[in-house]
Design a protein around this ligand. Structure first.
Ligand SMILES: [Zn+2]
Length: 59
């Protein structure tokens, strides 16, 4: 499965998600650090800004 390209809504950076990323997984923009929840639909992948607690995620 090939990598999935997404675009940060905040800074416009394009970055790749692993091909095995799952719906609902957390990711963050490598440039500005904005956190996103990955939304996978039938044939597209979108990012939704994550607004919850992130204490267990990241660094
Ligand atoms: Zn960004």
């Amino acid at each position: 499965m090939q990598a999935l390209k997404v675009t940060c809504k905040v800074c416009g950076t394009e970055f790749d998600l692993p091909g095995d990323v799952m719906d609902g997984e957390l990711t963050s923009c490598p440039t500005c650090g904005t956190k996103y929840v990955v939304k996978i639909t039938k044939d597209s992948v979108t990012l939704e800004e994550f607004k919850g607690d992130v204490e267990d995620y990241g660094e």
